[in-house]
Design a protein. Structure first.
Length: 209
């Protein structure tokens, strides 16, 4: 069973409160999502491997640590996931960025792929899928499946807000994918919105309705 990491850092929780506020405009909303994403990236990369190196300080030569070269990829789910990309790239500038676009079929309600563009070496990379919300789990499960179909083996899923229903759905479908979240909210409502949530993340990021 995959692990779920809920980030309770004070800065994350403070900024998340501002993100939830319905009076927060698109400009500030985008800035806050970027900032929280950067803080989440810090936590998500806590297990990156290190190796020894030598560095010459102004005083002497000493042994120190550097990243051991694990390749990373950031994969936003379009469109709302785009709001989290810059925050991750601030800390991980060498990471490659893929994209997954999907929509829900109005009749079957199943996610349908319309665009997937990934680094050519996905089987060698740890891929971090990012999306502000984990609601029903349908989009997350589809995106994870698309990546696995293309050879991805190391995948993490990162979101701002999740609900128990979405977490359970991802854990059932992909028990090998760990979930990182800033807050686990109460539930889904009858319209598949997270309660209390923050509304439609895409609309709030891009000022659309």
């Amino acid at each position: 069973m995959s692990k779920v990491f809920e980030m309770d850092h004070p800065l994350i929780q403070h900024k998340l409160t501002l993100i939830r506020d319905k009076n927060t405009g698109s400009k500030e909303f985008r800035e806050l999502v970027k900032e929280v994403s950067m803080l989440l990236a810090y936590e998500v990369t806590r297990d990156l491997p290190l190796e020894d190196t030598e560095v010459e300080t102004p005083i002497q030569v000493t042994k120190s640590k550097v990243l051991a070269g694990r390749k990373l990829g950031i994969v936003p789910i379009l469109r709302a996931g785009l709001g989290m990309v810059d925050g991750f790239l601030n800390l991980l500038p060498a990471a490659k960025v893929g994209h997954v676009g999907l929509y829900r079929d109005p009749e079957t309600l199943e996610p349908v792929e319309y665009y997937v563009k990934l680094p050519s070496d996905v089987n060698e990379r740890e891929l971090i899928i990012i999306d502000p919300m984990l609601a029903t789990g349908g989009s997350a499960n589809a995106a994870i499946g698309f990546l696995k179909d293309r050879g991805a083996e190391m995948i993490k899923f990162v979101c701002l807000i999740a609900c128990p229903e979405g977490i359970a759905a991802v854990q059932k479908a992909h028990p090998d994918v760990d979930i990182y979240v800033a807050s686990i909210d109460e539930k889904l409502n009858d319209h598949a919105y997270i309660v209390p949530g923050l509304g439609d993340a895409g609309d709030r990021l891009f000022g659309t309705k």
